[in-house]
Design a protein around this ligand. Structure first.
Ligand code: OXD
Ligand code: MN
Length: 599
């Protein structure tokens, strides 16, 4: 008799707990994908878009109370509260299980339970890891078809090996004869719970995005970050791009930016500098492992893009728009009278009439936006015209440089190179963004989002910084250089100084040239900035004083920032790596020396 596998044992356990009506082991076939859409159309959650406008694509409307990741209901359940850190909500594993068990008991009554074996990263890649998600949501099954490699091939790859169990329910059991909601959910009893020591995820009550597609933020960042710490690798909230210079030399750059800082746009950038090429490897997550040569090799563990639709246009991101021409899922966007999609920013002039994300009539005079601000597209990466041919290479791509960036109107220059790895980790630890697009004069309202991982690090952030620092302690590693970039500096009138988008290629070129040993820097108290002629600004409408402002090292501004960094570090008490407090002290004394010498 064949042995029962770990997957079978777990499925049986979940079946007994959740009591579904049926069980489907997902195959990952196109037929299965189509079946999910038949169900979603029948329930009223989805509509097929006009096939001539947007072939094989669907528009989905979620419950208006289930529209985004809910950080306040996201928990890291380590045994010790200190191990989750001040960056996470914490509950003990015992208490969380005592809370969740009654919620999950019978929660799939009247529903089908889908078992989704999925691989984060190309199947068989030494950098990839496998999960199995159990869900009662056909929308999740369809989305996982696009966002991950999943189905039969992954089940075969697991064999008798390990996987991360990810249990998800929308939290709405159905009684016999009861009519189902078009988007069943239970937002009043929402839990997205991670058990890092056991490597398990439980999510209850939401069907939306990162709450429900558990391979993404829950596994590929929160759980994977704890696995990475243990295994000496990195699981990061980073895009990966490939850049090729006119001589055909290739470099790969990874970059961490908080939400709403244009990560997808940067990953799909159209360079404005002649004869340079930028291609895409990933837009949201990067897993990096050391190769035999001591370099960090990165993979994009996802197979698709789950991007914010509003603001995406042929001007801001033509490659995303081309990616979206067919085979897409659009969630909470508006629908046009022709059966196509629209969102704010897609065209300069909105259509005269739309059905908005709530299913109501909408005209440009309507008080609300037509698309929800967190409306999303879900699409296979394979459709992106700029995907680099090696984006699915099992061994990953060698990373030459890491970018950290936030949205800062003042103080932080366009680009600043760290003198060494530890200073680079310091840069990452202080990444911050203005809470909103700060009006001129309204300076200082900062949210620190270290390495853009604040909502995604599955353990104490201070220990995470220590993990980064420790990578430099192994003499055989050849670590990438680190850059702190800021596309969002403003002038005295509150206008952006830097045009951004495709013009960011000029900064990438400087970084590329630095990696090749071909560009000059000026050493400053905060790090190495380009010499005024270091970045090619030709053809841009920028005055020399604007260029100076973009690259300026504001000694007083940085000095004012020191107490806020200090206060922020204090939240981590004695877990803060001593290397970081030393970096901060040294920065302060370099800034004070510089101030003295200009007096
Ligand atoms: C995302 C996010 O959805 O960072 O990628 O919130
Ligand atoms: Mn993200």
């Amino acid at each position: 008799m064949p042995q029962t596998t770990k997957v079978e044992t777990w499925v049986q356990k979940v079946k007994e707990l959740c009591q579904p009506e049926n069980i489907v082991i997902c195959s990952g076939t196109p037929e299965e994908y189509d079946q999910m859409w038949e169900l979603l159309i029948e329930s009223g959650a989805a509509r097929r878009l006009n096939n001539t406008k947007r072939p094989n694509s669907y528009i989905v409307r979620s419950d208006p109370d289930d529209v985004a990741r809910v950080e306040s209901r996201t928990f890291v359940c380590s045994h010790e509260e200190e191990d989750a850190g001040p960056n996470n909500n914490w509950m003990s594993p015992k208490d969380m299980k005592a809370t969740l068990t009654p919620l999950f008991s019978g929660c799939m009554r009247g529903r089908t339970m889908y078992v989704i074996p999925f691989s984060m990263g190309p199947i068989g890649s030494p950098i990839a890891h496998i999960g199995v998600q159990i869900t009662d949501s056909p929308y999740v099954v369809a989305s996982m078809h696009i966002m991950t490699r999943m189905g039969r091939a992954v089940l075969d790859a697991i064999g008798s090996g390990d996987f991360v169990p990810c249990l998800h329910s929308v939290g709405k059991p159905l009684c016999k004869g009861e009519a189902d909601a078009s988007w069943p959910c239970n937002p009043n009893q929402l839990y997205v719970a991670h058990f890092p020591e056991e490597r398990q995820i439980f999510s209850f009550g939401s069907g939306y995005g990162g709450n429900a597609l558990l391979g993404k933020k829950c596994f590929a960042l929160r759980i994977a970050s704890t696995m990475a710490r243990e295994g000496g690798w990195l699981a990061e909230h980073m895009l990966i791009l490939k850049i090729t210079n006119p001589e055909g030399i290739v470099r790969y750059i990874a970059g961490a930016f908080p939400s709403a800082c244009g990560k997808t746009n940067l990953a799909m950038l159209v360079p404005t500098i002649p004869n340079w090429q930028v291609e895409t490897v990933g837009d949201d997550i990067c897993w990096m492992q050391f190769g035999d040569d001591g370099r960090l090799y990165g993979i994009n563990p996802e197979a698709g893009f789950f991007g914010v639709a509003p603001g995406t246009s042929m001007q801001s991101n033509p490659n995303a728009m081309l990616t979206l021409r067919k085979n897409c899922i659009f969630t909470n966007v508006a629908e046009t009278d022709e059966g196509d999609v629209w969102w704010e920013g897609m065209t300069e002039k909105p259509p005269a009439h739309l059905i908005d994300w709530r299913g109501e009539d909408w005209t440009p005079d309507s008080a609300n936006t037509a698309a929800h601000p967190n409306a999303r597209f879900t699409v296979s990466a394979r459709q992106c015209p700029t995907m680099a041919e090696e984006w699915e290479d099992r061994s990953g791509v060698p990373i030459s440089a890491i970018l950290f960036g936030g949205r800062r109107a003042t103080v932080v220059p366009l680009v600043n190179e760290s003198a060494n790895w530890i200073q680079g980790v310091f840069f990452g630890s202080i990444v911050s963004s203005e809470k909103t697009a700060a009006a001129a004069g309204n300076i200082g309202k900062l949210r620190r989002d270290p390495m853009a991982m604040l909502p995604f690090c599955g353990y104490n952030m201070a220990d995470y910084w220590q993990h980064w620092i420790n990578l430099a302690k192994n003499a055989t590693t050849k670590l990438p250089s680190i850059y702190y970039v800021n596309w969002f500096r403003k002038d005295e009138n509150g206008d952006f100084l830097w045009p951004g988008f495709g013009e960011n290629s000029r900064v990438l070129k400087w970084i590329f040239d630095r990696c090749e040993g071909n560009a000059e820097v000026i050493k400053t108290p905060i790090g190495n900035v380009p010499s005024p002629d270091g970045i090619d600004f030709s053809g841009l409408k920028l005055s020399s004083s604007q260029i100076e402002h973009l690259l300026k090292v504001e000694i007083d501004g940085w000095l004012k920032e020191i107490p806020s960094i200090k206060a922020y570090y204090k939240e981590y008490h004695d877990r803060l790596p001593k290397e970081l407090s030393k970096e901060l002290e040294e920065l302060k004394s370099r800034l004070e020396d510089a101030k003295q010498s200009t007096l």
